[in-house]
Design a binder for this molecule. Structure first.
Ligand code: V07
Length: 238
């Protein structure tokens, strides 16, 4: 956890792509495409700000209920994203990670995602972490199941389970001391977590901005980071 006012791990819920499109009388898909392009702009700016981990909430396990055409379009975006941006990610030494359940994805999507992770596995710069087909309650339940299985097998004593060992079973475990975001930004005016990083956001600052994700730009990011730096972070202490 950063005490200096510098954001090391930034998480963003990228909301408002559909409404952005509607305002322009465009199909929802056009908003998703513009939203995808905005990831490049904001990821660049985060890298320039020295942010170490950028976690983006792109698609939740609940989104499968959307119209079939929209779901399949959303599933094509990771393929599209890496086709267009992999050269710049490599140039910037960015490491791609995915948090979520990759198994149920269309084969082409899973392949693109696996390949991007493999191709950037040795990069040492900013981590671009996609929460993709992710749900926080499911993540917490999986952690419980793993710990319960270890207890039932006599490998651990239930009384020894603590925050430290619990967090080792979450999908952010490999981020080490950077697992918990310093700051969460949600665009588009909604002020909810929507099943995103429930455990990891316990002490994070929240920043809500009434602007659609495709319109969220470098200046908005700067404003959010400045607001963060100006807040007192006491972690419940005086
Ligand atoms: C999606 C664009 C951004 C705004 C949110 C709605 C639409 C990039 C990805 C992506 C996901 C995984 C990955 C690489 C890229 C993405 C979805 C939606 C589902 F490894 N944009 N984007 N995934 N939108």
């Amino acid at each position: 956890m950063s005490q200096t006012g510098q954001v090391r791990h930034l998480a963003i819920i990228m909301d408002g792509n559909g409404r952005w499109a509607k305002k322009r009388h465009l199909p929802r898909m056009a908003g998703h495409k513009q939203g995808m392009e905005n990831i490049r702009r904001i990821a660049r700016a985060c890298d320039d700000h020295g942010i170490k981990v950028l976690t983006l909430y792109a698609f939740s396990t609940e989104n499968w209920a959307r119209p079939k055409k929209e779901v399949s379009y959303l599933m094509s975006l990771p393929v599209n994203f890496f086709n267009h941006y992999m050269p710049e990610l490599q140039e910037r030494n960015v490491k791609v990670k995915i948090m979520g359940y990759p198994d149920k994805l269309p084969a082409a999507t899973e392949k693109a995602v696996q390949r991007a992770m493999a191709e950037t596995a040795d990069n040492t710069g900013m981590i671009l972490n996609f929460a993709f087909n992710y749900g926080s309650r499911a993540e917490i339940i999986s952690a419980c199941q793993e710990l319960a299985a270890e207890a039932a097998a006599g490998k651990i004593d239930p009384a020894e389970i603590d925050e430290q060992s619990f967090s080792q079973h979450l999908m952010t475990a490999d981020l080490g001391e950077l697992a918990d975001p310093d700051l969460l930004i949600r665009t588009s005016g909604e002020e909810r977590l929507s099943n995103f990083l429930l455990w990891q956001l316990a002490y994070s600052e929240f920043y809500f901005i009434d602007r659609f994700w495709p319109d969220f730009d470098e200046d908005d990011l700067q404003t959010a980071l400045t607001a963060f730096a100006n807040r007192h972070r006491r972690f419940g202490k005086i």
